[in-house]
Design a protein. Structure first.
Length: 256
């Protein structure tokens, strides 16, 4: 846990709060300790995150309307964004999860990482107060906040990606839903955007439309078509990469 504390630049006075934030419900179920998992502190962390970012946006963008600031905040607190923050601090490595969840790839599941990140915010708040939580949140969100400050009015990401790629080739991107999970009232979808047999981005959302938009946004951030030969459209792909795309298409066919 000390390495995580070093990574986030915060040392807990009460280590049990950190342990609680890192405990996935699957482990609590397996150990028959149903009241010790990160769900409650995640609930708190979500509220703290909203408060910190709302305050920051209010102070930074003095001339923006309520509606515009709400849209900016949604970009900062989307599940895709939370997952990015969690991966940046390698949060998945520290999660305490059940064996079944571990074997099914739960340690790197976007929803698990997003929930754990909010739980960690809640734990920092309980341990060190609002100032410590604000420092942690703004530190994690700094890069994305700067991108938003540079381009506060976001275009439709799918439309923007379409425009960029069709400037390079007549072939446009395609989207496929590669997985879906969760109960009927809270479904979670994962989408990939593919162009010229290359997976440009992957995103998650509570609807297929939201997941596809998140995938397009990730592709725009990564801009992988600019790496290496500028005429990426003519590059051939390795057998491994083609296999990956084929598998993604097979999954998409099973999840129409």
């Amino acid at each position: 846990m000390k390495s995580l504390e070093s990574r986030i630049e915060y040392k807990f006075r009460n280590s049990l709060l950190l342990a609680e934030a890192l405990t996935h419900p699957s482990l609590a179920y397996e150990t028959q300790k149903p009241h010790f998992d990160n769900q409650r502190v995640e609930f708190l962390g979500d509220a703290v995150l909203q408060l910190v970012l709302t305050s920051e946006l209010y102070n930074r963008f003095a001339g923006f309307s309520e509606g515009t600031m709400t849209k900016l905040r949604s970009r900062l607190v989307s599940r895709t964004a939370l997952c990015e923050y969690a991966r940046a601090i390698r949060l998945g490595e520290y999660l305490l999860i059940g064996k079944g969840e571990e074997s099914s790839g739960g340690r790197d599941r976007p929803s698990t990482l997003a929930d754990a990140f909010e739980a960690l915010i809640g734990a920092v708040y309980l341990d060190g107060g609002i100032d410590a939580a604000r420092f942690f949140v703004l530190q994690c969100c700094a890069e994305k906040m700067e991108r938003i400050a540079a381009s506060p009015i976001e275009k439709n990401p799918k439309g923007e990606l379409q425009e960029v790629l069709q400037g390079l080739s007549q072939t446009g991107p395609t989207y496929q839903i590669v997985s879906e999970s969760g109960p009927d009232h809270a479904r979670s979808f994962v989408a990939e955007v593919v162009w010229m047999d290359t997976i440009l981005g992957r995103g998650e959302g509570n609807s297929k439309k939201e997941a596809e938009a998140a995938a397009a946004r990730r592709a725009l951030d990564a801009r992988s078509w600019e790496v290496g030969d500028s005429n990426a459209a003519d590059q051939s792909r390795s057998p491994t990469d083609n296999t990956h795309v084929d598998k993604s298409r097979e999954l998409a066919a099973k999840n129409p």
